[in-house]
Design a binder for this molecule. Structure first.
Ligand code: GTP
Ligand code: MG
Length: 310
């Protein structure tokens, strides 16, 4: 909320007149009609000028892109990653009604980001969250409540409350993982879940269906799983974040010798794909790939005691 006093060109006297007439915030003024304000301020020009200043102050511009309109109509919400540059890269944060895939080598920060998002989703909307809970599906036993507590503290949340707002499920094999997601439908609304994390999406599938001879069956199952996730994301307006490993492409001599595991099924299923790389020490580099809406730009962030930060 921005007070009328902060509008450019509004002094003490004008602010008082506005407040007496019931205009307390910049938003109130931004949406006022010129005629209404002219009566209060005694001049049409002055009213126009102040309305324009208020609109600028709250970021109201006459145009939005058709894509923004499309998102608005679909009711898409966003969760901040807690990292400014990464949010910018993602167009404001992790989207609901979509699957965001975090791909990268070991230690690239996938699990750390999953932890952080489970905290961020709990924040109120004006702090980048959805004031909602997270459902965390852990397949590799790498979830650490202590880490959540550190991150929560840094973001101004009560650490123990933050833990209570994360529903945790350990998935022991791919069937179990799919069953957990199937079951999640029953609790998403009741528990006010805003984010579903699966770390990792593919690990069980890869170890249970090794080699070429099992590839078709594996991909079919994975396809079903991803379709299910997308449906849940869409119906319940929740964000789904999954992690994926990279595998070596032995036949690539030029360019990147690594590629995401899971093949076409994930490539087509994931709405957004974020590639994470290790930089020096605690620096990590992120870029979005395979997306028509995002520039192929790289941003950096760091992993520290406080969590994932600028
Ligand atoms: P895999 O699951 O092995 O593929 O890796 P990942 O991409 O999930 O990596 P992860 O998110 O686990 O990142 C690990 C990195 O985060 C390590 O390099 C650690 O240095 C760093 N890290 C993890 N926990 C902490 C912590 O509590 N404090 C700090 N400062 N760094 C941490
Ligand atoms: Mg991990």
């Amino acid at each position: 909320m921005i007070d009328v006093e902060e509008i450019e060109g509004v002094g003490r006297v004008t602010a008082q007149k506005l407040r007496e007439a019931g205009y307390n915030t910049a938003r109130d003024v931004a949406f006022a009609s010129v005629k209404e304000l002219a009566e209060i301020l005694g001049s049409e020009d002055r009213a126009k000028q102040i309305i324009a200043a208020a609109q600028k102050l709250i970021g109201l511009t006459p145009f939005i892109t058709a894509y923004e309109l499309y998102e608005k109509r679909r009711g898409i919400r966003r969760i901040s990653t807690g990292v400014k540059s990464l949010d910018e890269l993602l167009g404001g944060g992790i989207e609901t009604k979509a699957i965001t895939e975090l791909v990268g080598e070991f230690g690239s920060g996938k699990t750390q980001l999953c932890h952080q998002l489970s905290v961020m989703v709990q924040l109120p909307e004006d702090k980048g969250g959805l004031k909602a809970k997270a459902l965390y599906v852990d397949t590799e036993n790498t979830f650490r409540p202590e880490r959540i507590m550190q991150m929560a503290k840094y973001r101004g949340l009560d650490p123990q409350e933050a833990l209570k707002n994360i529903l945790y499920a350990r998935a022991y094999n791919s069937d179990h993982q799919m069953m957990i997601i199937e079951e999640s439908k029953k609790i998403i609304e009741k528990e006010n879940i805003g984010l579903i994390v699966i770390d990792s999406l593919v690990a069980h599938f890869r170890s249970e269906y090794p080699g070429r001879e099992n590839l078709a069956e594996r991909q079919q199952k994975l396809n079903h799983h991803i379709a299910q996730l997308l449906r849940i994301a869409d119906i319940y307006n929740v964000a789904v974040v999954v992690t994926n490993q990279v595998v070596a492409q032995p036949d690539v001599f030029f360019g990147n010798p690594l590629k995401p595991a899971g093949g076409n099924v994930i490539a087509h299923g994931a709405t957004y794909r974020v590639w994470l790389r290790k930089g020096k020490e605690n620096v990590r580099i992120a870029k979005i790939f395979d997306s028509p809406y995002h520039p192929e730009r790289e941003v950096t962030f760091r992993i520290t005691e406080e969590g994932v930060v600028d």
